[in-house]
Design a protein around this ligand. Structure first.
Ligand code: PMP
Length: 353
């Protein structure tokens, strides 16, 4: 920044793939052959063989019948919820869901309720009270973006079955990272397509590229192709991005050490932070926020860290509830233990000042 090199702990490049030579080469080679722009929407002529291959890979990895690419995760959420629900339907969302899911719920025109964060009793109470008519969709972040904790997806799937609702999980922060092979929340919880029928994932975080997808049944994907307006009326991601994403997916199995190393760093950070009595939040993922509370205090801490050569952004309302401003620390396989030691030393210093 401004000519200074900083040690960064706030990107979502959890596996350190965004700068991987294989992704860079795939993007460069494909751009040299196919050009830079996507040129048109998927349904016109923007859908290249790279997009096709990528969708097939995503379906296979997630264990779903089919997958559909979207140009961003925000659009995938808007498109999916609005295609599945309308007036007379019901949507129930965790109150800490990502803004794109909350916006999608509002835009859908369905009756919109937010349940208390990860509170299955509150959700069940609401499900029990729903009228018999209309479709029902329960929507959660698989890993909550600003807290780092996970949704209890097995319990959610059981409730969805019991009350005849569809379940949708946004796996933006789990895809590539969670599960034995990096296939994300469905693999981590062992949830089939029937149990978790609407699976959304992003490609700009763990996979190091850009874009998003929704995976599920033939019927789901056909419905999205016909009715998801943010799919239909936008330019397809460039083929070079699709090619780079395929390279990112290949690395999930080629370099499993990235996930292992990240897990080790998470354990190390939490152990050390606990020893220093830092205000950790209850998270076992790569998102390790420190709860500060006051907005100005969070901003001042972020600035003090920057002076010490460390970049961590302060997250404030309306992104998080009032009084819960925080430093959203994210760890990556690109970090070393020595990097974590630098972060911890700086945190101890600025928090004591
Ligand atoms: N869902 C969640 C949970 C996210 O954190 C994000 C990105 N911050 C998105 C969706 C949007 O994804 P994209 O950046 O690809 O639009």
């Amino acid at each position: 920044m401004d000519g200074r090199e900083l040690l960064q702990f706030c990107s979502n490049d959890y596996l350190g793939l965004a700068n991987h030579p294989k992704l860079i080469a795939a993007m460069q080679d494909t751009a040299a052959q196919f050009g830079v722009g996507g040129g048109a929407s998927h349904l016109v002529c923007g859908h290249s063989s790279y997009h096709h291959q990528l969708e097939e890979r995503l379906a296979k990895i997630t264990g779903r019948d089919r997958a559909l690419l979207f140009s961003t995760g925000y659009m995938a959420n808007l498109g999916t919820v609005t295609a599945l629900l309308g007036k007379g339907d019901h949507i129930l969302e965790d109150r800490l869901n990502h803004a794109s899911l909350l916006d999608a719920g509002l835009l859908s025109g369905a009756r919109f309720q937010r349940f208390q964060h990860n509170d299955m009793a509150d959700l069940e109470r609401r499900l029990r009270k729903l009228p018999a008519d209309g479709n029902r969709l329960i929507v959660v972040d698989a890993v909550f973006s600003m807290d780092g904790d996970m949704a209890p997806l097995a319990e959610l799937a059981a409730l969805a079955q019991k009350y005849n609702a569809w379940l949708m999980a946004d796996d933006a922060h789990g895809f590539g990272v969670l599960g034995e092979s990096g296939a994300g929340c469905a693999e981590f919880f062992g949830l089939s397509q029937q149990e978790l029928p609407v699976l959304m994932g992003t490609l700009g975080k763990g996979i190091g590229s850009f874009g998003a997808f929704v995976a599920g049944s033939e019927a789901l994907i056909e419905t999205l192709i016909q009715f998801a307006r943010p799919y239909i009326y936008t330019t397809a991601m460039p083929p070079a991005v699709a090619a780079a994403t395929i390279a990112g997916l290949n690395l999930l199995s080629e370099e499993p050490w990235r996930r292992q190393h990240l897990q080790e760093l998470i354990g190390y950070f939490r152990e050390q932070a606990q020893a220093f009595a830092l205000p950790l939040m209850p998270s076992n993922t790569a998102i390790q926020p420190l709860l500060i509370g006051d907005e100005q205090a969070a901003m001042a801490l972020s600035a003090a860290l920057e002076q010490r050569g460390i970049l961590v952004s302060a997250i404030r309302p309306p992104t998080v509830p009032v009084g819960s401003s925080r430093l959203r620390i994210t760890l990556s396989a690109a970090h070393s233990k020595a990097d974590i030691d630098c972060l911890l030393a700086a945190l101890v210093e600025v928090l004591a000042a």
